[in-house]
Design a protein around this ligand. Sequence first.
Ligand SMILES: [Zn+2]
Length: 94
Amino acid sequence: MECNDSRCPVHGAIMPRGMQLTGRVVSDKAKKTVIVEMDSARFIYKYERYLRKRSRVPAHNPDCINAKTGNVVSIAETRRLSKTKSFVVTGIVK
Ligand SMILES: [Zn+2]
């Protein structure tokens, strides 16, 4: 498939650097954008329980990857692409 996306990490002009994360796509409603959700759990000794945390990160979804809701994707930090996006999808894990 032809990819003309200038914000594609493979065919475009952006350079991923910094954090690399893996998460689940929970929304692909916005154009060329996906919301990636990540769960983490940390044990708190005082209460002998796990503190569950969830974070959501908007990431750019290039044409040649085209991740859908339900996919597990790897994302990488890059320059700020819009008001809220500073991550780009680099591949579909599952
Ligand atoms: Zn591409």
